[in-house]
Design a protein around this ligand. Structure first.
Ligand SMILES: [Zn+2]
Ligand SMILES: [Zn+2]
Length: 257
């Protein structure tokens, strides 16, 4: 099986001592490509993912300001992102969106910074990676008004109706460890109805490790458990989920197989 982890935070301090070993273990499981998210601790540093992409074969980068750090963004931040989006290793802009669970930045600021970044992605012709938590109606509202391009709903944890809304907007849905959690029946129902050509998988490591690793630090190699569960939910072999999600990632990001 060849797999792509479409969302991982390899720059996280929890990987500081063993990122080499994590990437090697992932490759042993067939996870040959990883998209490492460049939001880090927020502005002013914007290029933490590029450093990893430069160092490791098969690791690609994003840039962006997470909604948690929206209040740290200013005009210089957007200029910096505009510049970095031209780098060949930067495949997408993200993760961006709205997080009303923590409200680390005021909601109004989150919305402004989200909209500004959607404009940057449009200008750069890059897909967006959306983070949304307890903010589904506002997220959809912004996307309907401001976005018509490709994108990923990362760590999708909505229900079937929300999945259909995201699909109607043209989005890909990426499933992570939450899919394996006992109480996530609604997420599994959503995963069952996503067309095969809109499906992606991710870890969001170091967060949200799948069962049987739940509660531990997550790492890309653990994604195999999510893939097995997703395959079971969809009634197909894991190899089919692997080949579809890998092809979808490459098509979406405009990179080669
Ligand atoms: Zn997220
Ligand atoms: Zn993330």
């Amino acid at each position: 099986m060849t797999l792509v982890d479409s969302h991982v935070h390899l720059d996280h301090e929890q990987f500081r001592d063993d990122v080499d070993a994590c990437i090697a273990r992932a490759q042993d499981q067939g996870i040959t490509r990883m998209l490492t998210i460049g939001t880090g601790d927020g502005p002013p540093k914007l290029d933490c993912a590029l450093e990893l992409a430069a160092r490791y074969e098969g690791v690609y980068a994003t840039v962006g300001v997470h909604p948690h750090e929206a209040s740290k963004a200013n005009p210089a931040t957007f200029d910096g992102l505009r510049h970095l989006l031209k780098e060949p290793s930067v495949l997408a802009l993200g993760e961006i969106g709205l997080d009303y669970h923590y409200d680390f930045s005021p909601r109004e600021v989150q919305r402004e910074v989200f909209i500004e970044q959607l404009r940057l992605a449009r200008e750069a012709g890059k897909p967006v990676i959306i983070h949304t938590r307890e903010a589904w109606p506002d997220t959809l509202d912004v996307l309907r008004r401001e976005w018509s391009g490709p994108g990923i709903m990362h760590c999708f944890t909505g229900d079937e109706a929300q999945a259909r809304e995201a699909l109607d907007l043209g989005f890909h849905l990426s499933f992570g460890g939450v899919l394996t959690f006992q109480k996530a029946e609604n997420v599994r129902q959503a995963a069952a109805i996503v067309p095969e050509d809109r499906l992606l998988v991710e870890t969001d490591a170091p967060y949200l490790a799948p069962i049987p690793f739940r509660g531990k630090r997550n790492e890309p190699a653990f994604m195999v458990e999510t893939v097995k569960r997703l395959a079971a939910v969809r009634g197909v072999p894991p190899e089919q989920v692997a080949s579809a999600t890998t092809a979808n990632f490459h098509r979406l990001m405009g990179c080669e197989d």
